[in-house]
Write a protein that binds this ligand. Sequence first.
Ligand code: AMP
Length: 129
Amino acid sequence: MPSIFTKIINGEIPCYKVAEDENFIAFLDINPNAKGHTLCVPKQEINRIFDMEEKHYLDLMRFSRKVAKALEKVIPCDRIGISVIGLEVPHVHVHLIPINEMKDMTFQHKVQLTSEEMAALAQNIQESL
Ligand code: AMP
């Protein structure tokens, strides 16, 4: 069965998209740790990041860096934290999280944004790429 992220990639379910190229997509996390929490996802459905072919992995990091640079422009924060977990969705994704303190990386502290705020934020990030 395709992962929820494959369904997003195929346009079967919606997302707040911030970037896309031939091999990767980035969209806002639906349950963000912080405003601007973004996921960078390879279009090829792979469960574990270190199972990725080396070039594909390095390309994902390059894509994630580009998105992180756009996040830095849009979200006032100390820095962009990066994390890869995948216990909930077994399809590789890089979490990019604007952080000011350690709790922003814990996945226990969550923030809520309206759908209008999410859509405007995604557009701002997209325009800052
Ligand atoms: P993990 O697999 O533990 O790295 O966590 C999966 C992440 O994907 C969580 O932060 C979820 O909030 C996020 N997530 C799950 N479904 C969606 C979705 N449909 N759109 C955006 N983010 C999602």
